[in-house]
Design a protein around this ligand. Sequence first.
Ligand SMILES: Cc1cc2nc3c(=O)[nH]c(=O)nc-3n(C[C@H](O)[C@H](O)[C@H](O)COP(=O)(O)O)c2cc1C
Length: 386
Amino acid sequence: MLPLVILATFLKPALAARAFLNEPDTGIDRTVGDIGVGILPDLTDMVSLPDFDFAARNYLPALNYTYYRQAAGGEGSYRNNLEIFGNYRFLPRQMQDVTALNSTLPTTILGYNFSLPFFIAPASRAAYGHPKAEAGLVEAAGREGILYARSQFATLSINEVHALKAPGQVLFQQFYRAPTLEEDQANLDSIAAVGAKAVILTVDTNSYGSRQRGLRYGFDRTENRGYRNVTWEYYHTLRNMTSLPIVLKGIQNVRDAQAAVDNGVAAIYLSNHGGRQLETSPSALEVAHDIYVNAPDIYKQIEVYADGGVRYGSDILKLMAFGVRAVGLARPFMYANIYGVEGVQRAIQLLRNELSRDASNLGLADIKALNTSWIQTTRSSWVGFI
Ligand SMILES: Cc1cc2nc3c(=O)[nH]c(=O)nc-3n(C[C@H](O)[C@H](O)[C@H](O)COP(=O)(O)O)c2cc1C
């Protein structure tokens, strides 16, 4: 029999399937050095969004970081969200005058003006990252002119968050179905009272996802706590309970996207909840592609937003090429919030900078001119899921 140590040597390459890097190798470990728990690197060392993940993982207690980082099952959807963007190649064009590009970056979302086509997606419990909790998110969004969508389970109350708005700042409010319609009505009334401009109804959470990483820290119980009943009938009930537009968040199927159009929904939001809900659910980029292939008119009939795994300016451009109007990010901003408002602002600025550089190198004179002629949309070169 082979001694165990020799056996282990042979087995090693076989077991080391495809390595997944939590963050790509960007060289940050060389500049900030070997930092341990509780040490916060200088904000100026953060030069990309994945750097904030590195900083948060080292700085936050494991429980706090895990709350943000956790995902469902074997986390295949989480990884796919990040990696799928690499499977789409750009088709850059040269000899284009791109000098007016920056003036085309502002956009409207449900008719409201924003400086950029990306936004802060709803994420609960910002206090795990910073004592001022959501203050960093709402204030940075206000300073930079982007949309912030507050989670129903934010640490700060809806009134506290809205009290921090800059003059004229527009916020949307994420919404989960409550156990009773009376509670729903009370929630909708407080959303309208503070002046939020849209309700984002999350439709991908019939149960809390099976998040093993988080179970270890008691974020959920191992038994299922029951089901949330979110149907078209419920949507129409809700519709009659508020005058605010309702966005459906968590659409993952072209049929549901079409049903949303047929049911007169204000806008849809493609998302698999950052891979936190159903393991091996598709990324928003794949769903955006499916809609483009099977029902492209949807992009003309309704506003489409998307999130999941967006970390680079180039990711945003690929989603927009299919017809997505605005792109959300959650974890990167939660990680950046460990620095408070300055961290979130820096993350926004880094991403804006990437977006404009990438769009210009793609040869885009006008970001609104993006369409599928700027990306390869064949799937032949894909490396495969997980
Ligand atoms: C810590 C955390 C909390 C979240 N809380 C909510 C929530 O309360 N409501 C909701 O609709 N989505 C929630 N999400 C999902 C995000 O809105 C978003 O869909 C997803 O995280 C985007 O992927 P990304 O984190 O890779 O950017 C949460 C995500 C994270 C990471």
